[in-house]
Design a binder for this molecule. Structure first.
Ligand code: SF4
Length: 327
């Protein structure tokens, strides 16, 4: 059963001066759902719209079209006061593990802050102990301030805060950013473990494809605010069908040298949202682009269990065409 359904969601931003006002689309009509106990990953380069989309889902960003249904209730358009009770059941983990914690609060108060915000009566000492234990920390940490924590410990405190009031959905923005590789694995295992034990649904926003492969059941690759490929993570990783997904995956360092892939270099800069390319918006960078790509925007088509927005989805293991040398 879907805990979250997003349909044709758009987010636009006003740009320009009083005399010359315009709008740019940060998120350009995306649809997806997340089921209870499932992790859905949003992937893409900086500026692809993934954080804007997550903020729109969470009610932190106003949407200009479409709908967001959470736990059976339409929540787009709700005001701050109406959203407040929903924040118990839909929590957000912010990117900076230490910077997202108030420096003047002790860990014990930080992990139980949601109880006070929402007026939930509980034995705070017992709840602190329960939450710290869920994220692998002991009660010695309750009296520490954020600056006395390592990045990994601060991230665990962030996770404890996010799960404090038994949410149904957690949105995690770059959950491993700024952490050492060894600690990243610990945090990902913790998130996987909690999802299974608590039946959480999760949305992970990241540009780190190792994170996606480690935790996500399904994923969506975003480009200029659109989903260009979405579906089961294993399918996308095994045989990316959109050239942009293939390029992102080819740039993902592969620990096994026998499986190392040929890197697909993307030639041009990411276009500005203010001047979206015609036709397929990826055609200015696509090694497979053909003449029609600059004229006609591709419809999303089914490739296996995925949706792929490309006129010429790639076959498994496709290499980019070799361009003729210009003499
Ligand atoms: Fe490349 Fe054309 Fe597919 Fe766009 S539609 S991704 S330009 S092949």
């Amino acid at each position: 059963m879907s805990i979250l359904e997003v349909k044709d969601l758009e987010v636009s931003f006003a740009v320009g001066s009083m005399l010359n006002r315009g709008a740019l689309l940060g998120v350009a009509g995306v649809s997806f759902d997340v089921k209870a106990g499932e992790t859905f990953a949003l992937v893409g380069e900086s500026g692809s719209g993934k954080t804007t989309l997550a903020r729109a889902v969470n009610g932190l960003q106003q949407i200009s079209a479409g709908s967001v249904t959470f736990d059976g209730q339409r929540i787009d358009g709700l005001g701050v006061r109406e959203m407040k009770p929903l924040r118990r059941t839909m929590s957000m983990m912010f990117q900076d593990p230490i910077g997202s914690l108030s420096p003047r609060m002790k860990v014990g108060d930080l992990v139980t802050e949601a109880y006070r915000i929402h007026g939930v009566k509980a034995d705070m000492k017992a709840e602190t102990e329960r939450l710290l234990s869920l994220v692998g920390l002991n009660m010695d940490f309750a009296d520490r301030f954020p600056h006395q924590l390592s990045g990994g410990q601060a991230r665990r405190v962030g996770v404890a805060r996010a799960i404090a009031l038994d949410p149904k959905l957690v949105i995690a923005d770059e959950p491993t950013a700024g952490l050492d590789v060894s600690v990243q694995g610990e945090v990902l295992n913790l998130l996987n473990d909690l999802r299974e034990r608590l039946g959480l649904a999760m949305i992970i926003i990241t540009h780190n494809l190792h994170v996606v492969h480690h935790v996500a059941d399904r994923m969506a690759v975003m480009y200029l605010g659109r989903f260009i490929e979405s579906g089961p993570t294993e399918e996308v990783f095994a045989a990316p069908a959109h050239p942009y997904s293939a390029a992102l995956l080819s740039a993902n360092p592969e620990p096994d040298p026998d499986k190392a892939k040929n890197r697909i270099a993307l030639p041009a800069e990411v276009p500005s949202l203010l001047s979206r390319p015609s036709g397929c918006e990826f055609h200015t960078r696509c090694p497979w682009a053909q003449e029609m790509c600059s004229r006609k925007a591709p419809e999303a088509v089914n490739v296996g269990d995925r949706r792929v927005a490309c006129h010429f989805p790639l076959e498994q293991g496709a290499s980019p065409p070799v361009k003729a040398e210009v003499s």
